[in-house]
Structures are given as C-alpha cells and as structure tokens.
Design a protein around this ligand. Structure first.
Ligand code: ATP
Ligand code: MG
Length: 422
C-alpha cells in the first residue's frame, strides 16, 4: 500500500470543516481591516529564499525542499510566504500605483524538519503583510488583529511576546557584545551554534537546545543597544498596544529564525502545544524590499501556524459539520426517478438533499437517513404514489406531514424544511 510522505498529512472531511471555519473567520477579519488576498506560487527560484531568509539560517541551510527542475534550474518549495509576496510586489511594480499595500494569503509551506506534534513538513500558514508604512501604529494594529483573531477562535492560554531587533544602525555594537559573550561560552554551545557564532551570531539566541539557551540566558539584550530611532519606535508600539488594551510581555530573548527582521518582532506563544510553543510569529522587515531590488520601503507582517491553531482552537468541530437538510427515501424505480429529480432541483435551490441511488429497501434507506443525520426525511413508496401524498418526517420532533406529489412538490418541501421550520 502506498502511504503519504512522512511529515505530510491528509486533512479529512470531519476535520476540514474546522479549517474552513478558521479560514472564514480570518478572511472576514482581514477584509474588515482592508487587507486584500494575494495568491502566490508554491515554488520559486531558490535564490529568492536564500537571499531573503538568509544563507545562514536553519531554513535555508537544512530545511528547504530544493531541487533542479528538468532544465537544471534550482527551484524551492516555499518555506514561507513573505519573500514571495515581496517578490510579487516588486515584480508588478505595485509601489508605482500605491506604495501602501495590505495583503493576506493562506496556504501550504514546506520545511524538511523532524516531524512531531505541531511540526510537519507540509504545514499551513495564514499570512498578513503591510508594505509601505513604518509608523508604529501598523505594528500595533497587526498585533491587535492577531490577538483579535485568537479571541474569535476562542483560544486562551496565549501570550503576546514582543521585542525589537533594532536596525542596521544599532546592530554592529550589539553584534560585538554578543560575539564577545559567545567566545566566553564556547564550551557550552552545540555544534550548530559554534558554527553560527561566526556566520550569524544572532541565530544563537534562537537555538532551542537547552544548554545553549542556558548559556545565552545572560546575553546582553538587544534592547539595550537600540538607537534613538528604534527605541522611540518600540516605545510607541508599546504605548499603542496599551491604548488598545492588548496585553503583551517584552521578551528580550525573542529573535526569530529569519534574517530579514528589523525593529518590532513578535510571537504568540502558548503552553498548550508542548515544545512547539509558537502559534504565530512576525515582525518588521524594513530592509527586505530594497534587498530584493525593489524600492526602499518599510514593511511588516506575520505568519500564523494554521496546523497549530487547529490543535488549540476552542471552537468545536461538531458545530461546523455539515449534514444534509433532507434525505429522500424512495422505493421502486418510479419513485426513485421523482426523488432524483427533486434532489437535483433542491440542490439548485441551495438545499442539500440526499437519496439512495441504488434504491435499496426502506429499512436500509431509513438507516442511511439516520447515518446522514439529515434533519428531514421524505418518504415516497407505492402507497404514497397511489395516494398522491409523500410523507415528510421531521427527524427531531418526529412530526409528519403529507406533501402532495405534483408540479409543486419541491416548492412545498422547501417551505417545510427551511431552517425556521425546525
Ligand atoms: P518554530 O520556532 O516552532 O520552528 P518558526 O520560528 O520556525 O517556528 P516561523 O517561520 O515564524 O516559525 O513561522 C510562523 C509559524 O508557522 C510558527 O509560529 C508556527 O506556528 C508555524 N510553523 C513553523 N514551522 C512549522 C512546522 N514545521 N509545522 C507546523 N507549523 C509550523
Ligand atoms: Mg522553525
């Protein structure tokens, strides 16, 4: 038997309804705040991710699905969405018409990580990006939207962590202090971090190995090194969040795993997912658009881990399961023919009706009707045909009413089974 690839998964009917509901609530929220959907491809030239995420990051070094296509061009299954959104913004010169753009996109990402609870090789993200504004209002608004979404999804046990990573102006001094500490702690670091110490020292702060975390516990906080511009910006973000009533904690350890971040960075963390504590993450990436050969334009965004969201969501799966409104139990070919016609017409009217197309016994059809959890059953057999009336049964109240079998049957059925009729 052929099985799916390790770290990949099927989202089956019965689960998918919850995904749809979360997606619906997200879209509604984004649209309210003026975000437009953008759909970007699943594959891009490898260079896009290598340049934007950074050569010396876990994603680019070890996690990307990269392969040559038939002509030998290196392509990569996207590990995240921001790079593609920015590529698209630049490629279509969206800045020429209106530099300020708010996008959202929902879809699969691919990273070859060790599969475990909350960590898959194909996983889904809900992304939002705002390009063209550097005002701290935007930072606060994005975090506010994220907090609102979690609230609407009835997710509790989450905390908003924020930090500032400064800008190219404040980084060098910090990097120097960090490098000095790393030199001191050499013995305590994992092999990866030893390597990172020279290639990308900031990454060490993001290592999940407990010994490294401990060694870095007294690392100098980047916050102490912020230039005036960045410090003021961060203070405004906090003030605005307070004004909006969004609780947050300042997390000096928060660095995030991609190189393009500047200034405000944030993560939503939960205690409900074990080691996979991040439900969403994001931040400013003021230098990225220029770095990808676009105009010098500030930007900020976030990515929500859809799979992790589903695991901690407070909404109940059963509330979204869709059942047919009506099951038509029809006996004999003559009745089945009528039933089939009605099922199709009800569908046109937007009402989900089912029948047994194999036309089995009444007992078997009633069982099917039960299993389908249809709200109503319409019974039509030889005696009903002879009397000119089919029987409509409300499966909850067990009340029965006759429905004339004529040109108006569908209309009459609809009048009886419209939601207010239950
Ligand atoms: P983590 O620290 O858990 O590896 P990350 O920092 O690599 O997360 P981001 O690149 O910020 O994650 O992606 C945003 C969100 O996407 C994460 O907060 C998480 O919820 C989700 N996510 C990331 N990687 C995976 C994965 N392999 N499987 C499922 N969800 C993931
Ligand atoms: Mg990761």
């Amino acid at each position: 038997m052929i099985q799916l690839i390790r770290g990949f998964k099927d989202i089956l009917p019965g689960e998918v309804e919850l995904w749809q509901e979360i997606e619906r609530i997200s879209r509604e929220l984004f649209e309210t705040f003026g975000f437009k959907e953008i759909r970007i491809p699943i594959m891009e030239n490898t260079e896009l991710f290598a340049r934007s995420i950074g050569e010396h990051t876990d994603i680019v070094e070890k996690e990307m699905y990269t392969f040559p296509d038939r002509k030998g061009d290196l392509i990569t299954l996207r590990p995240e969405a921001t790079a593609s959104v920015v590529r698209s913004y630049i490629q279509h010169k969206m800045y020429a018409v209106d530099p300020v753009r708010k996008f959202y996109t929902i879809g699969p990402m691919f990273r070859r990580e060790r599969p475990q609870k909350g960590r898959y090789r194909q996983f889904y993200q809900i992304n939002a990006e705002v390009i063209g504004v550097d005002a701290p209002y935007v930072d606060a608004q994005l975090i506010f939207i994220l907090a609102t979404l979690l609230d609407r999804l009835k997710i509790s046990d989450v905390a908003v962590h924020i930090n500032s990573l400064g800008c190219p102006e404040c980084r060098p001094a910090f990097r120097k202090a960090l490098t000095a500490l790393l030199e001191d702690k050499k013995e305590d670091l994992c092999a990866d971090c030893l390597r990172r110490s020279s290639t990308n020292p900031l990454r060490v702060l993001d290592c999940k190995v407990p010994a490294c975390r401990e060694a870095m516990a007294d690392a100098p906080p980047l916050l102490d090194y912020l230039c005036d511009g960045c410090a003021n910006h961060f203070a405004s973000v906090q003030r605005t969040l307070n004004g909006l009533g969004v609780p947050f904690v300042i997390d000096k350890q928060l660095v995030r795993g991609l190189d393009y971040y500047t200034r405000t960075t944030f993560e939503i963390q939960t205690g409900a997912l074990g080691a996979q504590s991040a439900v969403a993450g994001g931040g400013r990436y003021d230098g990225l658009i220029k770095m990808l050969d676009g105009p010098d334009m500030p930007a900020i965004g976030f990515a929500i881990g859809f799979d992790r969201l589903v695991e901690i969501v407070g909404l109940k799966q059963v509330d979204f399961e869709k059942t047919p409104r009506l099951f038509i139990a029809a006996l004999g070919e003559d009745c089945a023919e009528k039933a089939f016609d009605w099922v199709c017409r009800l569908g046109l009217a937007g009402i989900h009706a089912e029948m047994d197309m194999a036309v089995r016994s009444l007992k078997s059809q009633m069982k099917q009707a039960d299993r389908s959890r249809a709200a109503f059953v319409l019974i039509i057999g030889e005696s009903e045909l002879a009397s000119g009336n089919a029987i409509l049964r409300n499966m909850r109240t067990k009340a029965q009413s006759p429905i004339a079998i004529d040109a108006n049957t569908v209309k009459n059925v609809i009048a009886h089974i419209r939601p207010h009729a239950t």
